[in-house]
Every structure is written in structure tokens, then in C-alpha cells.
Design a protein around this ligand. Structure first.
Ligand code: SAM
Length: 235
């Protein structure tokens, strides 16, 4: 077992700095030692959010949708454990078979999906057991639930308990909207919602968030949390 210090984990997952070139993007997919797509800048902001949750003793589980190789979720859990936010249950949802084609309908997003798939089809998808092994390696597997399948089918497995952190990283419009629709009502006041792809221009993830906020008349003060990420604290 390796020590679960969050700095060690940040090194271990080899989080990228800004991904500028296609070859850097390919590395993130094909190099098995690179365990997250999420850039280091975000993780620095995440540390601040975790401290706010700890300081304000915000209760509730963590729900994370879009895990891929698991590096992002692993780092986030290590930060929570360091802050002794250990009573929370962690729910990790992923299809473990890529994107839900049926929910991707605009021509822009269909083109983006084709582009992603030309890479993803040439590499084995991670499996739930790989993710569990990764968390075990750092003794971070307590209170962990890993749910396999498209979120549109699996969200009902979540026991309707309060959520303190909702992290959504499913890239596309409809799935992002669906995740907000299923889980946002369970986020407690003072809890945080993080959207990994808010500023991604090749999909309409940001528009899904704006639409959800508008339809539900939310007073969400969006903060930029990285090159692509945005989030807000629920009032
Ligand atoms: C960009 S990756 C997540 C990256 C990860 N957060 C990290 O730290 O690198 C997007 C993931 O979302 C999953 N995904 C996309 N749409 C989904 C859906 N509708 N239901 C479940 N998982 C989905 C994909 O299988 C993929 O693993």
C-alpha cells in the first residue's frame, strides 16, 4: 500500500498542466500511467472548495459522474480524507463504455463524439475493478460505491441521500443536464456543484448548465475553476 498523502497522489496520477497539443491529449488516453484528464489548475482550486466544505461542516455524500481511469476522483477523495471529511460516502458513476450515443443529437456534438471515438476505440476502457484496485492501493476504498452503466439508467441506484459535492464530468449536453436533473435537488445548502466541461467549446455542456439554471430559476454564482471547469455553491 502506498501512502495516501494528496501531494503523492497528485504526482502519481500525473495530472496535466494545460493540454495544448493533440499529442498531449493522445498521451492522456494511451499512456496507462496518466490517470486523469483534469488539469492541475483545477485541483488547486478544488483544495480551496474542500476546505470551505470542511470549515462549514457541510454534510452529505460525494457524487462523481464520469470517472474514466479514476485519477481525478482518487485525488479528490485523498483531499477529503486529509481534511477528515471521512464520514462521507463516495458514489462514482461511469458507463465504463464511453458516451451514451442516444443522448447526443446535435451535429456539432455528433462530430465531437466521432473525434473522441477515433481514439477511444483504440484503447481498452477502464473497468470498475481497475478503479477499486486503484483506490485500494492508497487505502482510499472505504465508503466507496462504484456504479457501472449509463447514468440515465443507473441514477436510481443512488439512495436519495444528501450530497455535499456533485462533480459532473460527462462532456456532453444531455448527459450533463440529466446529471443535474437527477442529483441537484439532493445537494445541500452550502454544498458545491462542479462541472468539468463548462468551458469546453466542442460540446454544449456549458449550455446545458445555463439551461438548467434558467429553468429552475437558480441563483447560481458561477465561478471559473480552471481552463474548462466551473462550479457554484448552492445557496
Ligand atoms: C472525460 S471522461 C472523465 C474523466 C475523469 N473525470 C478524469 O479524472 O480523468 C468522461 C467519462 O464519462 C463517462 N460518461 C460519459 N457519458 C456518460 C453517461 N451518460 N453515463 C455514464 N458515464 C458517462 C465516460 O465513460 C468517461 O469515462
Amino acid at each position: 500500500m502506498v501512502h495516501s498523502n494528496s501531494n503523492n497522489i497528485l504526482n502519481f496520477i500525473q495530472a496535466p498542466s494545460i493540454v495544448k497539443s493533440l499529442s498531449e491529449f493522445e498521451e492522456l488516453i494511451f499512456n496507462p500511467s496518466k490517470l486523469t484528464f483534469i488539469e492541475i489548475d483545477f485541483f488547486e482550486k478544488f483544495n480551496e472548495i474542500a476546505k470551505i466544505l470542511a470549515l462549514n461542516k457541510i454534510k452529505g455524500n460525494v457524487v462523481n459522474i464520469g470517472i474514466y481511469k479514476g485519477g481525478g476522483a482518487l485525488y479528490m477523495k485523498s483531499v477529503f480524507e486529509e481534511l477528515e471529511l471521512i464520514e462521507k460516502k463516495w458514489w462514482l458513476f461511469d458507463s465504463f463504455q464511453g458516451f451514451n450515443v442516444e443522448t447526443i443529437t446535435s451535429s456539432k456534438e455528433i462530430e465531437t463524439l466521432k473525434w473522441f471515438n477515433q481514439y477511444l476505440e483504440n484503447v481498452d476502457e477502464p473497468k470498475p475493478s481497475d478503479i477499486l484496485d486503484l483506490f485500494r492501493k492508497f487505502n482510499l476504498h472505504k465508503n466507496l460505491n462504484i456504479v457501472e452503466g449509463f447514468i440515465e439508467n443507473t441514477y436510481k441506484k443512488y439512495p436519495q441521500e444528501s450530497i455535499s459535492l456533485l462533480h459532473i464530468d460527462v462532456d456532453f449536453y444531455r448527459s450533463t443536464y440529466n446529471c443535474l436533473n437527477y442529483f441537484y435537488p439532493l445537494v445541500v445548502s452550502g454544498g458545491w456543484v462542479i462541472i468539468d466541461d463548462y468551458y469546453l467549446s466542442s460540446t454544449d455542456c456549458g449550455e446545458a448548465v445555463n439551461q438548467f439554471i434558467k429553468e429552475n430559476k437558480l441563483k447560481a454564482e458561477l465561478k471559473r475553476l480552471g481552463n474548462y471547469q466551473a462550479g457554484w455553491q448552492k445557496i
